[in-house]
Design a protein around this ligand. Structure first.
Ligand code: HPA
Length: 267
């Protein structure tokens, strides 16, 4: 960890990021548009290579709307075969770099019947259905406590900021509970019914490990899902990755406009 932090600090000099953004499918162009310093994951001690098409795999540092930001262009998914430790390692590195606010974005399937492709959903809470937890193992007391309180993982204050920005921009925001499953297979219709019965509004294969870890180490978290499809069984047609990417692309401008407005409004 210290090697990674020193390596990155060497590259970024006096640049000290306060806000971290994990860019989900389709949002990568934000990093391309604002890149000041880019550090490929392959060069950072402890970072693994990303195996998902469309995920670039680098940390991008930039000042955006007056805020010093570090973006993860590409994330590590549990379904790629990475350990939970690898999945959340970048969050811990961001913490060491001084990040206090973490915006986590993702592509998700809509479980709530009111959701349609290209909707944006603010995550109000989550259900960890991955069958594991990134905090399992010896606790590092310098980062956080052994048994973290989880009553407000997603900051109400940041949700209010997002609401206000969306209202000003005329962007409709859904709100809901995100359930994380491991993937990589999409859910069966029965699993989607289960998710709905358990209180989920959207399903996906990421975000929860990073949110748990960020919250554990005292970051303020904002989670935003791009609803890319109606989850299995909601829609009568089958689901493909290209459909998910196409919907993420359709929502991209709206999504980026919102994230920029949120960055501007954060103090
Ligand atoms: N299920 C799980 N993950 C997803 C989905 C889905 O329907 N769409 C995008 N990511």
């Amino acid at each position: 960890m210290q090697d990674a932090v020193s390596f990155i600090k060497d590259k970024i000099g006096s640049f000290s990021p306060e806000i971290g953004i994990i860019l989900g499918s389709g949002l990568g162009s934000l990093a391309d548009d604002y890149c000041e310093i880019a550090v490929p994951y392959s060069e950072i001690p402890g970072f693994k290579a990303s195996t998902v098409a469309g995920h670039k795999g680098r940390l991008v540092f930039a000042e955006i709307c007056g805020k010093k930001v570090v973006m993860m262009q590409g994330r590590f998914h549990f379904y790629e075969g990475h350990s939970m430790e690898t999945v959340v390692y970048p969050v811990k590195v961001m913490k060491q770099l001084g990040v206090k606010t973490l915006i986590i974005t993702n592509a998700a399937g809509g479980v709530n019947f009111d959701f349609k492709p290209a909707d944006l959903m603010i995550i109000t809470d989550h259900i960890n259905f991955m069958g594991t937890n990134p905090l399992i193992g010896k606790n590092d007391d310098t980062l956080g406590v052994r048994f973290p309180d989880m009553s407000e993982v997603y900051s109400k204050e940041l949700i209010a900021v997002a609401d206000e920005c969306a209202a000003k921009l005329g962007i409709e925001l859904k709100k809901g509970v995100y359930m994380a499953l491991t993937g990589p297979s999409y859910e069966t219709p029965a699993e989607v019914r289960m998710a709905r019965a358990l209180g989920a509004d959207a399903v996906g294969m990421s975000t929860v490990p990073e949110a748990i870890t960020g919250h554990y180490c005292s970051m303020k978290i904002l989670g935003i899902s791009c609803i890319c499809n109606q989850a299995a069984g909601v829609s009568t047609v089958g689901l493909t990755h290209s459909e998910v990417i196409a919907a993420a692309d359709a929502a991209k401008n709206k999504f980026i406009t919102l994230v920029l407005a949120i960055l501007k409004s954060l103090n």
